[in-house]
Ligand binder design. Structure first.
Ligand code: NDP
Length: 316
């Protein structure tokens, strides 16, 4: 077992790496355990996006992987150590806390959880093939690329309603496809969608194929009405899948408080969890904003809170 660290950061997306930059610059010599949860590679969900145009400071835009590479370089420059592995065991029952990854045990006085979330997908091969080529799970991130075009949104929850309304402000037409007649979304959001002149709501309908893999771009959707079995093609150039997200919190089940969807609960106005010495930041505790810039903001909060807490404990 290696020496006890001041802080271990679990996760290497915008939240984890921002926490690492702040912790390293405060001389806490953080260890960042960068896992593979978001898209099979370290760096979080931005590693599986193309151009990022809404991160402040990059007027020309930057690709997700380039942005994360810069972020990682900045964290390393100030002395963050990295381990590339998924954490498979944690023990928060006593301090210092124990974290196990890649058959090695690490201990730390403070832990920052920044394991993120991942979007749910329909599970179609064509959807996967066309991800970032017209298929997206984030209207705020990618809607702009579909200005004055016809797009479709799939889902019947609040996220789908929000995405449809956001896209209606940019696109010529938005078709909202939902597999049932009843909506999970709040009534006020459904009403707003129903009344919007640019949104057409199509219920009892699922997407069976995204076209056209051969052209490597979205040209339309094969959709099926589940009541009468009818199939037809819907001409759109973009598909926004808005059927929910899954936070990467399996490891913390029964250990930390979560909401009904598995997001970690933090105390209002802070990134503290219910366990003293354990913080959570980024998408793992935020199902509302889910932006790189907000994740970075809460990552910064977590590092500052940790630094002050360690000082108060006489550990720094
Ligand atoms: P939800 O789980 O609420 O809704 C997911 C929707 O996607 C459901 O309508 C579901 O259909 C549909 N769906 C799921 N899987 C599939 C599939 N394989 N094929 C087709 N459709 C599918 O997720 P949201 O992301 O919308 O919301 C998550 C939470 O965040 C909720 O509590 C929500 O209220 C909250 N939220 C709040 C916002 C706000 O207050 N502004 C904004 C965004 C989210 P079905 O209903 O048939 O299961």
């Amino acid at each position: 077992m290696s020496e006890t660290r001041s802080v271990i950061i679990i996760g290497s997306g915008p939240a984890g790496l921002t926490a690492a930059i702040y912790a390293a610059r405060a001389n806490l010599k953080p260890l960042c355990i960068e896992g593979f949860q978001a898209g099979g590679i370290p760096g979080g969900q931005l590693m599986i996006t193309t151009t990022v145009e809404n991160y402040p400071g990059f007027p020309e835009g930057i690709t997700g992987p380039d942005l994360m590479a810069k972020w990682r370089e900045q964290a390393a420059r100030f002395g963050t150590d990295f381990i590339t592995a998924d954490v498979d065991q944690i023990d928060f029952s006593k301090r210092p806390f124990t974290v196990r990854a890649d058959d090695e045990t690490h201990t730390a006085h403070a832990i920052i959880i920044a394991t993120g979330a991942k979007a749910k997908w329909l599970g179609l091969e064509s959807e996967h093939e066309l991800e970032n080529h017209g298929v997206s799970a984030c209207a705020t991130c990618d809607g702009f690329f579909f200005k004055n075009q016809d797009v479709a949104v799939v889902g019947g929850g609040d996220t789908a309603m929000e995405e449809a309304l956001y896209l209606a402000g940019l696109c010529s037409k938005v078709t909202l496809l939902h597999r049932r007649k009843e909506f999970r979304a709040s009534k006020i959001m459904v009403d707003r969608v129903m009344k919007h002149p640019k949104i057409e709501v199509v219920t009892d309908t699922v997407v069976t194929e995204v076209k056209d893999v051969a052209q490597k771009k979205v040209t339309g959707l094969q959709v099926k009405n589940l009541v009468n079995g009818e199939e037809r093609e819907l001409k759109v150039t973009g598909l926004f899948v808005a059927i929910g997200h899954v936070p990467n919190t399996q490891l913390f089940q029964g250990v930390l408080d979560m909401d009904e969807n598995g997001y970690l609960k933090t105390q209002a106005g802070t990134t503290k969890t219910k366990i003293e010495g354990v913080w959570a930041c980024g998408d793992v505790q935020d199902h509302v904003y889910r932006q790189a810039v907000t994740a970075a903001g809460t990552g910064c909060m977590a590092a500052i809170e940790v630094e002050r807490w360690l000082g108060a404990q006489g550990l720094h």
